[in-house]
Ligand binder design. Sequence first.
Ligand code: DGY
Length: 326
Amino acid sequence: MGKPKALATRPLFPEARAILDQQFETDYWTLTERIPRAELLARVAEKEALVCLLTEKVDEELLSAAPKLCVAATVSVGYDNIDVAACTRHKVVAAHTPGVLDETTADFAWTLLMAIGRRLVEGDAWMRSGTWPGWDLDQLLGGDVWGKTLGIIGFGRIGRGVARRARGFQMRVLYSDSARAPLDVERELQAEFVEMDRVLRESDFVTLHVPLLPDTRHLISTEALGKMKPTAYLINTARGPVVDEAALVQALEREQIAGAALDGYEHEPKVHPALVSRKDVILTPHIASASVETRTKMAVMAAKNAVALFKGKRPPNALNAEAAVL
Ligand code: DGY
């Protein structure tokens, strides 16, 4: 009997390919352009496993087109691209990659925080333009980071990683979440649990670490932005739709906040056109987890999730283990 068949919508990394190829006859999409939807539906039709990226939707349409599919493993911790309930109905185990990208993403939230606060990108552009006249007292004044108040919305693994780093900057840390963290965690991170309202009103930097759910879509709305200090910065390394981009543009235009640094967008890969020309905004292409080490770990984890069922095991990071038919 031949090996079961898998589709990977990217070539992944050699470490992940080695795991997949041992178990499956794997069809890798290797073109630079993203796999077109029609091609995805055609190629997945005869496959038993799918390893996909967050840019591919695993929904009713795809599941109906893939009657043999047993597992759909996304190479991401966020799984808003996967209709988990539909997977369960189709007896497809959905899996994601939690845990391996927390510290790398927390690093990047800090990269953005410091870059927007201290106007790094503007300074770099000035130097490259050849027009810098030399040092002066009031050039590119930003906001201090050390000693300020950091507001963390979403206090899971990544939010806590961001808080841990704030201790080195002698910051006061406020956080909001749907549930309070254990007291020993609060004590260790010197973080105070408050209503989101207080995070918004009192923080100099507000950083977002919530998953995209129906009630976190546009969590950062006109109303929320209106509560922030005019000297405060917004940092988003969570999913783009957590921020209402039109509301953000308006808040920046009205100088209701000092700036924003974004790594996720409401309609990726598009960016609200008004954000592009603004100097008080830093835009990065969804790279918060993009270190060699972490992206390799994510791909390996997704590959392990894909092969587990075929080795008679439950995928280690299943979102709906009940769908497994072992
Ligand atoms: C994720 O994993 O969900 C990120 O957005 C990409 O690392």
